[in-house]
Design a binder for this molecule. Structure first.
Ligand code: PEP
Ligand code: MN
Length: 360
């Protein structure tokens, strides 16, 4: 695999450091708030300031952003701190206003990426631009929608594109506000290896205590940077209060992160190995989650069998499953012996779980 950092991207062209760190509040609230946060980020590794002006809230009745007025506050933050400024655009009118106010980096939000009409409208409003544009993943775990958005922007000759991984919504209860589903971002990275990939740990986490760990995983997976929601008084933020960190916490996070250096040839082996091992660890965690889910279902079956006084072991069904799994496994390059061993172990564990239900 080509080492991504050897590829020249617009990050170098715009002199943006590695990892690119975009920080600032979820929403611009007041001029004072914007300037206060920007000043505490001045001269740190966070070189790009973010603030949402138009806020796409899932339900009405929440703070929906200050609107175009906030663009002036961002401009002032840029003048006073020298940081680049960025905001979300969700239609052609937003684009026009953002360009008029010299916003440096635009991003497309997760609720926009789900809609090809909106993506097309924004891409056309930006046709031919040199401005960096970052496309967040769609709310739902659908790689094709994300890829489609990238393709629409490329078709409109938007040259300096990047993507932001902000996690995917799920109906299941998890530790995250939005499930990371790292493999989707990795797949996108494999399809477009020279597209800068930025992590938004804030919207994945939904809480501030795991921002550091998420950022470290991203660095281990060769991401190009982060967008971290940062507020001087997170608990009283007008949106996304639980996930924002203070500027001083962000500085600490950046200091503690193990930043992977740009690989030279001597380091390439180690760097690739580490990358692959991180991917294996993620897959192993998924395997455990899946096995756990399978045992939960087996227990539900145990309850059903007990209520109906049916025996735990159903040999006919089990032999059918095994036959199917051996055939499917073969297609994935897995030997019959391996599939048999794995599924026998899984089956035994399911029986143990069901037995314990029968004994209750
Ligand atoms: C945001 O960045 O504040 C935001 C609304 O994010 P997302 O589009 O990822 O939900
Ligand atoms: Mn937010």
């Amino acid at each position: 695999m080509k080492n991504k950092k050897e590829l020249r991207t617009w990050l170098d062209k715009f002199n943006l450091n590695h990892p690119l760190t975009i920080a600032g509040p979820c929403s611009a609230e007041t001029e004072e708030q914007v300037l206060k946060i920007a000043h505490s980020l001045k001269n740190t590794k966070a070189t790009v300031f973010r603030a949402g002006i138009w806020k796409p809230r899932t339900r009405p009745g929440n703070f929906e952003g200050v609107g175009a007025l906030g663009l002036k506050w961002l401009q002032k933050a840029k003048q006073e701190t020298g940081m680049l400024i960025s905001t979300e655009v969700a239609n052609a009118n937003h684009v026009e206003l953002a360009l008029k106010h010299d916003i440096d980096i635009l991003w497309v939000g997760a609720r926009s990426t789900v809609s090809p009409f909106i993506v097309q409208e924004i891409a056309e409003a930006l046709r031919g631009t040199d401005k960096p544009v970052l496309i967040k993943n769609p709310v739902n775990p659908d790689l094709a929608l994300w890829l489609g958005a990238v393709e629409r922007f490329y078709s409109c000759d938007v040259k300096n594109l990047g993507v932001i991984h902000r996690g995917f919504s799920t109906y299941e209860k998890t530790n995250y506000r939005n499930n990371p589903e790292w493999q989707i971002a990795i797949e996108l990275q494999n399809k477009f290896p020279d597209l800068p990939l930025i992590l938004d740990p804030s919207h994945i986490a939904g809480r501030r205590d795991i921002i550091f760990d998420l950022c470290q995983t991203a660095l281990d997976l060769n991401y190009d940077g982060f967008m971290v929601e940062t507020h001087h008084d997170p608990d009283n933020a007008w949106s996304d209060a639980a996930q924002q960190v203070t500027p001083s916490r962000l500085i600490e996070i950046i200091k503690d992160l193990k930043i992977r250096k740009i690989t030279d040839h001597a380091d390439e082996y180690k760097s690739n190995l580490k990358n692959l091992r991180t991917k294996i660890n993620l897959v192993d965690n998924q395997l455990l989650d899946i096995l756990g889910n399978r045992m939960n279902i087996a227990e539900e079956i145990g309850v059903l069998k007990k209520e109906n006084n049916v025996a735990v072991l159903q040999s006919k069904r089990w032999n059918e499953i095994l036959g199917k799994m051996i055939l499917q496994g073969e297609k994935k390059g897995l030997s019959e012996e391996f599939v048999l061993r794995v599924f026998k172990a899984i089956h035994q564990e399911s029986i143990n779980h069901q037995e314990s239900i029968f004994k209750e």
